[in-house]
Each structure stands twice: as structure tokens, then as C-alpha cells.
Write a protein that binds this ligand. Structure first.
Ligand code: FMN
Length: 381
């Protein structure tokens, strides 16, 4: 068996991840208006749970009703929703992976239709089908894109209410059995709208200079840390850079990572872009691991653990990211949709698991026997 950095464990507080692969948070937009998990979610996460990743992070869970991106997001603002996602946490944990989840408030990017239905702001036409537009909030009353809903700028009470919603959501996530929590501060959602100078035009304590714009993110992280058990790890996903000139920069991300670490954040998950667009940054050429340089820089300059994400698809590249100290974990998104056994296959490709011992034994025993038979046949020929 060959030594692999990707398939080495990592201990964060009291939690040991079996390897450095995390299934990236991916919203499925398959809940009803009650924001409860249902059969599709159980099948999807059960499928990911047995795929060999050390950590399976669920899609983002909305901390409040208006914090949903669509009417079909999962929520965690009430106990029934927490009971539903507890079943997902159980499925992941029983398969030997660490159950992780992510908290979101969509901010000004809420009240849109599902991606495969156009991803556009809801209209009167949607209202006629039972899915009316809903009010959105943000740092400032600036729409995410031309023609999108104009959000209400949050006042001090609104800010306090949302910080409290994050706190309560973190407590519910712990009660539901998750052992690793992430705050979604990227992709143009509420926290990102406070961070970016392109979206935050406030002249009070929650805006202005970098410290003012970071204040909301740090207050949320602080409140989440207080509601989340001290022995469990916490990460924050950031957009390391904006996708527009004059926006948030990697230097800003480094300052933010330092501040987050000081309030008990253990990892920084380095994504990018999405401030006003639906996708990640366009300023960087898309190629394998195109966002890894952000995770590397934050890790090296701040000394905080990082997660690298974005078009990481091949075993050799994934292994190199960990081996070369560019990140502590890698997250696999769409590749895990394509192949939920990506981690098991990668372990084989890297020579870590030649005997299928990492597979569920009900399959591994047969697959190993089959591969021995195949080897014997090929040596006879
Ligand atoms: C269907 C889908 C849903 C997503 N939902 C989320 C989400 O809930 N939270 C988040 O932080 N990122 C979300 N993302 C972004 C992914 O986590 C990941 O960062 C992105 O897809 C790039 O990684 P990849 O190239 O491995 O797919 C989503 C991506 C996809 C494809």
C-alpha cells in the first residue's frame, strides 16, 4: 500500500477526518416550501456517504425563511427541519464519514427560481404557480444584477435578528448530529454583500473601511462559535476575490482569515466570485484547481487550515494539493455528482486501497475477488 497525503487523517479539535476529501456543499433545490428534507435528499446524501470521502458536507441550510435562495432550499430555522437533516447526518456518520453542514442567508440573491428553471428573480408569473417573489435583505439596497429585486438595506435590529438566527441554527445543527460546520460567506450571499465594497455602501459601523465591512462576518462567526460546541470544528467559505474590478481582493481575504481565526474559526474554505453573477469568478482562467492558489496563500500567510475547491478532478492533482502543502482539505463538487465513488476510485488510483478494503464490505469482498480473477485470467493469456 502506498503512502498518500490525500488519504491521511486530519484531526480538527476533537474530530478526526479519515482523509482529506470533502464532498463540497451543493444545494439540490429539492425541498418543498416547508424547507424539509425528503426522500431525494436521503438518497443523494446516502449515495455520497458511502463514496469514501472523509467529510460529506450537505448543501447550505437557510437560517431563516427569507434567507433561502429559492423556495426549494433546505432550512434549519425550526426543529422539524433539524429533525429532517438529522437523518442525513445519521446516514453520513453511519457510513464512517464526518457529517458536515453549511449555513446560509441568501441576502440579495434570494427569491430566484431554480437553476434548471432559469435561475431568474421570481415574478408575478411564479406567484400564479404558488411561488411568489419574497423580500430580500442586504448590506445596501443595491440589486445583485440589473433587473433583479432591490433588497432592503438591513437596519441594526435586522442585523441583530439575523446574527441570532445564525446562532440558533448552529445550535440546531449540533443537536442534529453534525460534527463539522461551515458558514457560507461567499458567492454574493448576505455575508459577502457586507464584505464587498461593490455591494456595501453603508456609512455606519457595518460598512465603510475593511474593518467595518468585515464586522458582520466576524459577528456571525462569533455567534455561531458560541452556539456550536467548542470541541467541533468550524469553517467559513469565502469568495477569495470578487469577479469585478474594484472589488474584494486576496489581501482582504487574508485580513478576514486572520480575524476569523481569532474568533475560533478553524478552516477557511477558499472559493471565489459570485457577487453579482451566478457563477464563480470569470477573471481567472478555468482549469484544474483554479482556486487552489487562494487556499495556498491564505494557508501560508495566515497559518490557518484551508480547503481548496474548484475543478479538482484527477487523483494525481488532488494528491499534489495536499502533498505540497497548498491546502489541508480538498472539496469535490460536480465530480462527486458525476461519480459519488470518486474518493474510493481515487484511493485505488493512488495505490492506497488495492484490495477494496475501503469499500462497504458487502461490495468490496466481491470486487476484490473479481479483480483477482481478472488478474489471473490476464496472466494466463
Ligand atoms: C449544484 C450545485 C450546488 C451548489 N451549492 C452550493 C452550496 O450550497 N454552498 C456552497 O458553498 N457552494 C455551492 N456550490 C459550489 C460548490 O460547492 C463548488 O464550490 C463548485 O461547484 C466548484 O467545485 P467543483 O468544480 O468541484 O464543482 C454548488 C455547486 C453546484 C454545482
Amino acid at each position: 500500500m502506498s503512502a498518500s497525503h490525500l488519504f491521511s487523517p486530519l484531526t480538527l479539535r476533537s474530530v478526526t477526518l479519515q482523509n482529506r476529501v470533502m464532498v463540497s456543499p451543493m444545494q439540490q433545490y429539492m425541498a418543498g416550501k416547508d424547507a424539509l428534507a425528503g426522500p431525494f435528499h436521503f438518497q443523494h446524501y446516502g449515495r455520497q456517504a458511502i463514496g469514501g470521502a472523509g467529510t460529506v458536507m450537505t448543501e447550505a441550510l437557510a437560517v431563516s425563511p427569507e434567507g433561502r435562495v429559492t423556495w426549494h432550499d433546505l432550512g434549519i430555522w425550526n426543529d422539524a427541519q433539524a429533525d429532517g437533516v438529522a437523518r442525513i447526518a445519521g446516514l453520513i456518520g453511519e457510513a464512517g464519514a464526518v457529517p458536515a453542514t453549511q449555513l446560509i442567508h441568501a441576502g440579495r440573491k434570494g427569491s430566484v427560481g431554480r437553476p434548471w428553471e432559469g435561475y431568474n428573480p421570481l415574478t408575478a408569473e411564479d406567484a400564479a404557480t404558488g411561488f411568489p417573489p419574497y423580500s430580500t435583505v442586504a448590506a445596501s439596497a443595491i440589486p445583485a444584477n440589473a433587473g433583479w429585486h432591490t433588497p432592503d438595506a438591513l437596519d441594526a435590529d435586522g442585523i441583530a435578528r439575523i446574527i441570532d438566527a445564525y446562532h440558533r441554527a448552529a445550535t440546531r445543527a449540533a443537536k442534529a448530529g453534525f460534527r463539522f460546520l461551515e458558514i457560507h460567506a461567499a458567492h454574493g450571499y448576505l455575508i459577502h454583500s457586507f464584505l464587498s465594497p461593490l455591494a456595501n455602501k453603508r456609512d455606519d459601523d457595518w460598512g465603510g473601511d475593511l474593518n467595518g465591512r468585515m464586522r458582520f462576518a466576524i459577528a456571525v462567526a462569533d455567534a455561531v462559535r458560541a452556539g456550536w460546541p467548542n470541541d467541533l470544528p468550524l469553517s467559513v467559505r469565502i469568495s477569495s476575490v470578487d469577479d469585478q474590478a474594484g472589488g474584494w481582493s486576496i489581501e482582504d481575504s487574508i485580513a478576514l482569515a486572520r480575524a476569523l481565526r481569532s474568533v475560533g474559526v478553524d478552516l477557511v474554505d477558499c472559493s471565489s466570485g459570485g457577487l453579482g453573477e451566478r457563477t464563480t469568478t470569470k477573471m481567472i482562467r478555468r482549469q484544474e484547481g483554479y482556486q487552489v492558489p487562494y487556499a495556498e496563500r491564505v494557508r501560508k500567510e495566515v497559518g490557518v487550515a484551508t480547503i481548496a475547491v474548484g475543478l479538482i478532478t484527477t487523483p494525481a492533482f488532488a494528491e499534489s494539493v495536499i502533498r505540497d502543502g497548498r491546502a489541508d482539505l480538498i472539496a469535490i463538487g460536480r465530480e462527486a455528482l458525476l461519480n459519488p465513488h470518486w474518493s474510493l476510485h481515487t484511493a485505488q488510483a493512488l495505490g492506497v486501497d488495492p484490495t477494496f478494503s475501503e469499500w462497504p464490505p458487502a461490495w468490496g469482498w466481491w470486487l476484490e475477488k473479481r479483480s483477482r480473477a481478472a488478474r489471473a485470467t490476464s496472466s494466463e493469456n
